[in-house]
Design a protein around this ligand. Structure first.
Ligand code: BDR
Ligand code: CA
Length: 322
């Protein structure tokens, strides 16, 4: 049995590794990659996604999507991922052409065509997915799992103390998705930190696999590696999108998770884009909450930690020779 997958991405360096993993994983068929504005402009994300797909010898259609968040100004992060979003590697222009049509339509059509038999993994801001849900709300119940790389589950964020980039970038879109009724799983940025980061030894082991995939996966993340270490204080290369993809591909990698009410702060003065996770299940147990929070059920399977050894083994599996 092949599992069908849609990937929505603002394809920069770690997105590219996640896209590559999905294409190299045995029982996965990637139906489409849809590009959203986020860390990069859509034009750059599309080029990087097509280059990655070509490296995998695949022809997966890549659709361009929303060029900016629903209500906010775009906030790109070339400073983190490099001038091309790929660590300044300046890979050649891919031959694979962009697919005709808009990402929003591609999402709706693919989900309808494979209702209840398609998984969605999001690796960027949730603008495309929210726009698809606004146009066709019924697709929420047609996705078997929607694994979101985004958020910070009651921990410090990466772009503000309260928020992780993908959610912070378009909090209104994230709120629409989190309230949509989709079968959501959240893999916050903290999941890719600590023991999940690739140390120098881990990176050397990946290079030693000696395949174009391994070389590519490490090379394009060297710029991000420096910032992870020197700016974020991480012990090595943090691959946030790939860790989310790993949990999507193999849910047994998740070591600690719980289903909680999660919502997104859109108005906070200091907390824009905060993912508020009701980890103690406080909502509804007392009278202080009078708004709609109080009546809402747990909506997100929140992953807090993955098995670092299994994650690194899965990464190797995807990067070694077939
Ligand atoms: C997210 O932003 C980017 O750095 C990564 O691609 C990931 O999607 C982490 O906050
Ligand atoms: Ca991303």
């Amino acid at each position: 049995m092949t599992r069908k997958l849609l990937i929505d991405s603002d394809t920069a360096s770690d997105d590219a590794v996640a896209i590559l993993m999905a294409h190299r994983y045995p029982d996965i068929k990637v139906l489409a990659v849809t590009i959203v504005s986020g860390n990069l402009r859509v034009v750059d994300g599309s080029r990087n996604a097509r280059y990655t797909i070509e490296l995998c010898d695949a022809q997966t259609p890549v659709y361009s999507g929303c060029e900016r968040p629903l209500l906010r100004e775009p906030a790109h992060a070339y400073w983190y991922h490099g001038s091309d979003g790929m660590g300044g590697m300046n890979y050649p222009e891919p031959k694979l052409r962009q697919a005709q049509g808009h990402a929003i339509d591609a999402l709706i059509e693919n989900i309808r065509a494979h209702a209840n038999d398609v998984m969605l993994v999001t690796l960027g801001p949730l603008t495309n997915v929210a726009a698809a849900l606004l146009r066709a709300p019924e697709i929420a119940s047609m996705v078997s799992r929607c694994v979101v790389m985004g958020g910070a589950a009651n921990v410090v964020g990466n772009v503000t103390p309260a928020a992780e980039y993908n959610i912070w970038c378009d909090p209104e879109a994230a709120r629409i998705v989190f309230r949509s009724g989709m079968n959501l799983e959240m893999v916050g940025w903290e999941v890719g930190r600590g023991a999940a980061a690739l140390t120098e030894t881990d990176i050397a082991r990946v290079y030693a696999l000696d395949t174009p995939y391994a070389q590519f996966a490490m090379d394009c993340n060297v710029h991000a590696l420096e910032l992870a270490k020197n700016w974020q204080g991480d012990p090595g290369m943090t691959l946030h999108d790939p860790t989310a993809m790993a949990i999507a591909l193999d849910p047994t990698l998740s070591k600690r998770s719980g289903k909680y009410r999660v919502d997104v702060e859109t108005r906070g003065e200091l907390t824009r884009g905060m993912t508020v996770v009701d980890e103690r299940r406080i909502v509804g147990t007392q009278k202080f909450f009078t708004d709609e929070w109080a009546v809402r059920e747990p909506n997100v399977l929140t992953h807090h930690e993955l098995d670092a050894a299994k994650w690194k083994a899965l990464l190797h599996q995807c990067l070694r020779k077939s």
